[in-house]
Each structure stands twice: as structure tokens, then as C-alpha cells.
Design a protein around this ligand. Structure first.
Ligand code: SAM
Ligand code: DTB
Ligand code: SF4
Length: 328
């Protein structure tokens, strides 16, 4: 059955999906050069092919998370050495945002290891969003599931983007996370959208899934209506102590294919080459940019794991003739 139930609940959708799983699989199955050439063409139609958007991440609440996401070093139940820390004070967040801006980032993304924010958590994030915005940075937050009314409070504070990922396709999802469903995630995405916040929604590959599962995830993302403005494609960062430690790594060229499929199916989205970049050589990153990635996390740390330092990225940009995208 290739014309897919594209909503996460697994029920058939009446309207013809814009991208069937079979169509995305057919993209994946193209000869590499044909796929990447096509993706690059789509990229050039919609973007300056030599400009890359830079976002810096900060974990404003690290560790101790009650959820069981099998990839995540911050889940309290896995022994990963990540401690359960307090929420960062506002001045620490502002100092980090200032530094990010000085280094050339245009967007500052605040992440929290919560299932979702409690009201008093949200009030602290609201203050952070206001302060970061006052520095002239775009703001993004990733705080987990949002309850009714919370997205509106974030929007009122000036939040530009909310990151919440589908992570993986429905048929594989239950092997990775049991404490919340994909439908819970779709509810949060709808709340974000309804509040007028831009949606940043993507997933993770390299978790031992099949190509078909990757194609299903891409089709699902591409069939969100409207499509997400930003699509992070994470390559699993294997962390000792998590259940996914020891998973067979994904062929890096299959990662490039995933970027290309995201670009072709979501032509106007910012496709973000996200987690896993530190483990990638410059050649693979260059192929990702050619295949349509036009956004990265910038700065030596993601949330708890490493990211290429600013010097390495500056050297890579110089080598490739890329330049940072200025904010719209
Ligand atoms: N707790 C919130 C949530 O789960 O929605 C926000 C933070 S969570 C760390 C944000 C995303 O980071 C996850 O949805 C997942 O896609 C990605 N992520 C987490 N750990 C990762 C890892 N080890 N490798 C790659 N991506 C990872
Ligand atoms: C996303 O899709 N990737 C980023 C961001 N959204 C928040 C997070 C990656 C986290 C990698 C593991 C860590 O550093 O803890
Ligand atoms: Fe918690 Fe988010 Fe990590 Fe899942 S991904 S364990 S919700 S911090």
C-alpha cells in the first residue's frame, strides 16, 4: 500500500497526498548524481545556493527528562553522565545569545529537557525569548509538548520558531519512544501553527531504520499542510548509555540522499543539516549543501553533545565559498 495514510494515527486521508511514500522512495532510488542534481536545481530555484543560515543552540534546562526517547542523552532513565540541572538564569541565557550574535548567528534556539513546560517554566522561557529578541536575534525554542494556550504565550513574547520533530515514521516510532505518540506531536505542531509561530519540524536518521522508513518520514513532513518553514535532518549522535548506542551507522551518502529528498519535496523550507555534523567530513557536508541543505547549528555545542567549533565552520565556509545568510 503505497499511497499512504499520511497522518500519524494511521488512518487513511481522503485527499490525495502531495507526496506518496512510493514517490519519495523513487527519489531515494535514483542514481546518486541524478538525485543530487535534481535537488540542487530545486534549491537554486528558491534560494541563493551559497548562503547558509546559522542558528546557535543553548540548552536552557539540561537533563533529568522523564521521557524515554531512545536516542537521547538527557532522558533521566539512561545512564549517560548528563546531570539533571536547574533551568539557567536569564543573565546566562542573554550572555550566551550575545556571544552567538557576535560570532555571526542570526537565530538563537533554546532547548529544554522537558516532556513539556509547566506554567512556571513557560514564564521563565517567555522572559528569555523577550531578552534574546531584544538583542536583534531571531528566536526559536524547543520545549517539548505544548498545552493549550502555551503557544500563544510564546508568540506574544516574540517567539519566531518552535522546533518539534516527528523524529521518525509511524511504523518505527514505537521502537524509539513509548512515552508520547506521534499524534501528541502533531497536536503540538498544530498549536504552534495556530498561534502564528513558524514551524521547525524534522527528524532523525541513522537509528537503524530502513530506507522506506526514511522515505515515509520525508513524505509525512512534506505532507504537513502548510509545510514546515524549517526542516532539521539529524543524523543520530550515538551517546553511550542510550539504547541506540551501537546502532550500525548510516552510510553518509544515504544521509546526503535524505537531504536531497527533503529539498525536492519541501522546496521552500530551510533544510537544516543538524545533529551529527561533527562526525561528518567536509566532503559529505559539502555534498549536503549541494543537495540543498541551507541551515546549520553553529557553535561548538548542540544541547549536550559536540558540534564543529566556529573556527572549523569558518574554514569550511571559506573552502566552499559559502557565506552566512543574513536574517530576513
Ligand atoms: N525535549 C524536547 C523535545 O523532545 O521535543 C526538546 C529537545 S529534544 C533534544 C529536540 C530534538 O533533538 C529531538 O526531537 C531529536 O530529534 C533531536 N535529538 C536528540 N538527541 C539526539 C541525538 N542523540 N542525535 C540526533 N538528534 C537528537
Ligand atoms: C533538532 O532537530 N536538533 C537539535 C535541535 N533540534 C534542538 C538538537 C540536537 C540534539 C543532539 C543531542 C544533544 O546535543 O543533546
Ligand atoms: Fe526528553 Fe526531548 Fe530528550 Fe525526549 S528528546 S528524552 S523529550 S529531552
Amino acid at each position: 500500500m503505497d499511497t499512504l495514510p499520511l497522518n500519524a494515527s494511521g488512518t487513511e486521508v481522503a485527499d490525495k497526498p502531495r507526496w506518496s511514500i512510493a514517490q519519495v522512495e523513487a527519489l531515494y532510488d535514483l542514481p546518486f548524481n541524478d538525485l543530487v542534481y535534481r535537488a540542487h536545481g530545486v534549491h537554486r530555484e528558491h534560494f541563493d545556493a551559497n548562503a547558509v543560515q546559522l542558528s546557535t543552540l543553548l540548552s536552557v534546562k539540561t537533563g533529568g527528562c522523564p521521557e524515554d526517547c531512545g536516542y537521547c542523552p538527557q532522558a533521566a532513565r539512561y545512564d549517560t553522565g548528563v546531570a539533571n540541572e536547574e533551568t539557567l538564569p536569564l543573565d546566562r541565557v542573554v550572555a550566551a545569545a550575545r556571544l552567538a550574535k557576535e560570532s555571526g548567528a542570526t537565530r538563537f534556539c533554546m532547548g529544554a529537557a522537558w516532556r513539556g513546560p509547566k506554567q512556571r517554566d513557560l514564564e521563565r522561557v517567555v522572559e528569555m525569548v523577550k531578552a534574546v529578541r531584544a538583542l536583534g536575534l531571531e528566536t526559536c525554542a524547543t520545549l517539548g509538548l505544548l498545552k493549550e494556550g502555551q503557544a500563544e504565550q510564546l508568540r506574544a513574547a516574540g517567539l519566531d520558531y518552535y522546533n518539534h520533530n516527528l523524529d521518525t515514521a509511524p511504523e518505527f516510532y514505537g521502537e524509539i519512544i513509548t512515552t508520547r505518540t506521534q499524534d501528541d506531536r502533531l497536536d503540538t505542531l498544530e498549536r504552534v501553527r495556530a498561534a502564528g509561530i513558524h514551524v521547525c519540524c524534522g527528524g532523525i536518521v541513522g537509528m537503524g531504520e530502513t530506507r522506506r522508513t526514511r522515505a515515509t518520514l520525508i513524505a509525512q513532513l512534506a505532507n504537513l499542510d502548510p509545510q514546515p518553514e524549517s526542516v532539521p535532518i539529524n543524523n543520530l549522535v550515538q551517546v553511550a548509555g542510550t539504547p541506540l548506542e551501537g546502532t550500525d551507522p548510516l552510510d553518509p551518502l544515504e544521509f546526503v540522499r535524505t537531504i536531497a529528498c527533503a529539498r525536492i519535496t519541501m522546496p521552500r523550507a530551510m533544510v537544516r543539516l543538524s545533529a551529527g555534523r561533527q562526525e561528518m567530513n567536509d566532503g559529505i557536508q559539502a555534498l549536503c549543501f549541494f543537495a540543498g541543505a541551507n541551515s546549520i547549528f553553529y557553535g561548538e555545542k548542540l544541547l549536550t553533545t559536540g558540534n564543529p567549533d566556529v573556527e572549523r565552520d569558518r574554514a569550511l565556509f571559506a573552502r566552499l565559498g559559502l557565506r552566512p545568510m543574513s536574517s530576513e
